[in-house]
Design a binder for this molecule. Sequence first.
Ligand code: ARG
Ligand code: ZN
Length: 883
Amino acid sequence: MKENNTPKTIRLSEYQAPNYLIDTVHLDVRIYEHYTDVISHLAVRANPDVPTASGQPLELVGVELELLGIEQDGATLALDHFRIDGEVLTIKDVPDQFTLLIMTRIHPKQNTSLEGLYVSKGMYCTQCEAEGFRKITYYLDRPDVMSRFTTRVEAPKQAYPVLLSNGNPVERGDLDDGRHYVIWEDPFKKPCYLFALVAGDLSVVEDHFTTSSGRDVLLQLYVEPHDLDKCEHAMDSLKRSMAWDEEVYGREYDLDIYMIVAVSHFNMGAMENKGLNIFNTSCVLANAKTTTDMGFQRVESVIAHEYFHNWSGNRVTCRDWFQLSLKEGFTVFRDQQFSADMGSETVNRIDDVNMLKTVQFAEDSGPMSHPVRPDSYIEINNFYTTTVYEKGAEVVRMIHRLMGKDGFRKGSDLYFERHDGQAVTCDDFVQAMEDANGVDLTLFRRWYSQAGTPHLKVTSEYVSDQNQFSITFEQTTLPTPGQPEKLPLHIPVAIGLLGADGKDLALQLSDGTVLDPLNPVLELKQAKQTFRFNGIKEQPVASVLRGFSAPVKLFYEQERAELAFLMSHDSDGFNRWNASQRLTVEVLLDLMSAYQEQKPLYVDSLLLESFRALLADESLDQAMVAKMLELPTEQFLAELLPKPVQVDAIHHAREGLKRELACGLRQELQQVINRCHMDPEYHYNVDAVAKRSLRNVCLAYVMTLADDEATELCLSQYREAGNMTDQLAAFRALAHSERSEKTQVIADFYQQWSSEALVVDQWFMVQASSPQPDALDNVQALMQHEAFEMTSPNKIRALIGAFCNNNPVNFHRLDGAGYAFLADQIIALNNINPQVASRMSTILTRWANYDRVRADLIKAQLTRIKAEKLSPDVYEIVSKALN
Ligand code: ARG
Ligand code: ZN
């Protein structure tokens, strides 16, 4: 464990090009029972682009390595020629060009950080992004050092028949003592964060893809034998991703083989290592029996995401880690476009925006707020954030909107062509967009450097005798850590004006500009701006920020009746949904005050009748109907509504609303459930997913009543369901109820699925998110369950993460037991897996959003954690939270 007394802050402003480059790397990785030896052969030369490089000492980094020996140009390096100081190995007096041979010993079986080379359920695998390669050997572990890798992997043949690394296999053979080896060659130079190695006893599913230029690519998916029945969807998604990237971006795959390996112990979702992706099992395995529709969607999008990185990330990579969003924001945008093309564009957009508003907006208003391109960090792993990923994707989406589809493609073509094989910056991306389109995005660049969510206040006025509708926007961004003053941003606001018949009116500004009817956008560039539309013959209803055209908080007062009107007429699906959410929030606010004043709950009939109409209308997109019926989550409301967060009022208002709606709409709900009957066969397609989601939203409503009839409905669905989507929905509804039947069902579900790790995760998750008051006790008991493992990030997320993130009313208990529980787990995890510990600790950074009592309780736990000997990961979060 690194000491936390002086953790170093790394700053973008201090970036310097490397003094040395490494042209080729020959790695020889020899796996033995108790340790692994790594012999690294490097061809090093002084960086010709850095005039002062020649004669400088070479500084390599390494973490937790045992140095066995080191040779320069074939001769053992004398002890006075190098020095190891903490993580830095310094070699003095090196020539401008030379070779190094470095022998190190590591202990993968003891590596619970899941970074570098480690063992997951008996299988050796690697995770090198961001800085894990330094846990394998001494190296210039930075993304602007790109090398050609040859990797020889050697291991006992029986236990590890499969030996993989990046690129193409060029040689294999047997050795004495039952050992064997394989040599892999990657023809593309790459930074070491894209290095990967796997050794294990794995089964493989194979397929082929023919690229647009006619090259055949072998596709391989490596899994545990037991998971062979869960590979089809990932393989299919991969082929669709490859075809899509050719069609939409003109990007072809470049190696003869593309491998994906599923591992159960993995810190994140997946990793785009060149030619050898490593995936969390949760993001690659899927079949109808064990995986929900949401799981299928996740697999499809993560497979696409990692595949797309081959161009946006690997062929063109990041100069330094401050540029992380260059590859992540762009690639998330690309995977979102892909998912939209594969399924329902509107429903995908709704899900993405919901997540952005719930998680990213919260991050952006707390102590960890940072720009899409951060200025500084202590631990880079802490910056794989929703700001870098999802807000970064929103920034790319805004460029897409401003350039238009064709203009964006011109820009991406230029970007890939200009920077192929290079390590570049976010600015290079914007520059390519500017150059390809002949536009100036100077002001727009502020989205990369300015943190915080802009507030956009909108007022409008209709002057009937002038046939004029004017709309005024005022943008402000609150201060964030290190950025007290904020500047106006370039904000594209997609807009529509609806006439009384619900149709979009033609939009002409008072200066004569006619807005593109297919993509009407107002471009804000100043703190305050007014736009006047002429020729508006009737009082319109404005639909502002269609498609959520910019990541801002919109403040625009509209009457409930206007919202209901938009809800049924807006030509923009996203805003139709958004209107229904806004109306729902208004009603929830009524209920929250009723709860606080201890008055009976009364639900505005406007909402009830709107929902009744939604349920009855079979001609509507059924997936959209399901989305509109889904109440905003408590976490979403906590972020949206004024602070301090009214934890209990939000919970009780929401539960109350569900019950009132269920009561008032029972017949209609039951009719939808009957109409959307369960199919004996599972198909993963838009209509089938829509039907299941609508049925299960209705089922959840009905079960809030928890009477005998509702319970019987759930029990029979639970028993008869032929797929996990329907089974889990019924299971959740029962498990979250007060019915005594649930005890048996909870036991039964585990019995049925105990051999499927990913289903057991769902089982933990459902129990951890139960609104019942015994949730924390149950979570604590489940920590002792045979299936729980403190070394498995999936298990930790399923139990501890789900409780702390998805169960606000229990996590924020007024006795502070939820906070103390989380702090205990963070302290334990800090030693086992700093990355996961640090992720968990971000939950505590939101203390300022809560009332005095809760805020003090949270701060007390942060203080308790801070007193421990911490990893830099946890230290950074906790110390920033207490600042
Ligand atoms: N680049 C991976 C992705 O596609 C994420 C890996 C990050 N891992 C980490 N330990 N920071 O999103
Ligand atoms: Zn990524």
